[in-house]
Design a protein around this ligand. Sequence first.
Ligand code: ATP
Ligand code: MG
Length: 343
Amino acid sequence: NVSLCMEYRIALLPGDGIGPEIVANSKKILSKLVENYALNLQITEVEAGDSALAKYGDPLPKQTLDIINKSHIILKGPVGESAMDVVVKLRQMYDMYANIRPAKSLPNVPNKYGNVDILIVRENTEDLYKGFEFMLSDDTSIGIKVITKKASERIVKVALKYALERNKKITCVHKANVMRITDGLFSRVCKEILKGSEVKFEEMYVDAAAANLVRDPSRFDVIVTTNVYGDILSDEAAQIAGSLGLAPSANIGDSKALFEPVHGAAFDIAGKNIANPTAFLLSVSMMLDYIYSLSKEIKYKHASNALQNAIYEVYKEGKTLTPDIGGSAKLTDFIDAIYSKIA
Ligand code: ATP
Ligand code: MG
């Protein structure tokens, strides 16, 4: 049982492109957090992705999987061409069924909506992404949408847990007026679990949710939804908050969790010391929050808050921002600015 462990073992995958430089520099910040907050983390670096494929003929070589097997948590940088092979395989191997995607605005990052703070909880294992697709004849293709009670229940419970730590409001997004059986089941599960809970909950059709997100994102707090809608709405929400490039994410299961930036390997700017590590650092903060939720040891929450506050401070000052958001700072300058602000 993970929650009884005192030491948290983390497999760190630097990944490809800008991944290695982001991860290498971010270690300085992790070390400071470990020291200042006496965190009990055992971090082991492993190879995965395009570079591992080139070197070992496998984007997830055996020695990497051996370490991951013994770890509680996977913290990864962006992976290049083999991204899907890595993350989809890990997601399936460890049944990491909840995809958590916060969309939170940052000072000095242009956005049309002011303060945005939404958490999207997306089911990660079924729906149309299950892969049940085939040709019925030469010119007719079929894809099967799978929605189960079990997967719906566990994702709604995850959303409830997050909502209780936030503003106690959940929007369940589906399209049960058209897909009465599949989305109908998801809708029923939402009602069963959330009625009588401490959270305020509403249901919203996915088309209305897409429109309401751009009209007034402040009306949302936690959104829980099925796989396909969640995929689309989470990109929309991240962009509304400012930039998809700053978005962190988590994949959470009952035995393992994986934290990673949403952005890709960005080979065009790799090795130039100009990559923005914000999405990775916010993923680290999500990881610390997750360890807090398992351990109930408050120091992990404090460390997460310290990291988030340092990031917000650096953005608020606006002096040391990277070129992707209009600044002229180097990756290493940005890291140093955050480092110096960690209390
Ligand atoms: P993928 O194939 O997964 O889409 P990608 O390399 O195209 O990966 P994206 O995340 O789609 O990467 O990013 C598109 C572009 O945005 C990159 O080519 C890069 O110029 C820029 N970008 C992405 N992430 C960052 C970052 N962390 N810092 C700076 N620029 C970034
Ligand atoms: Mg791309």
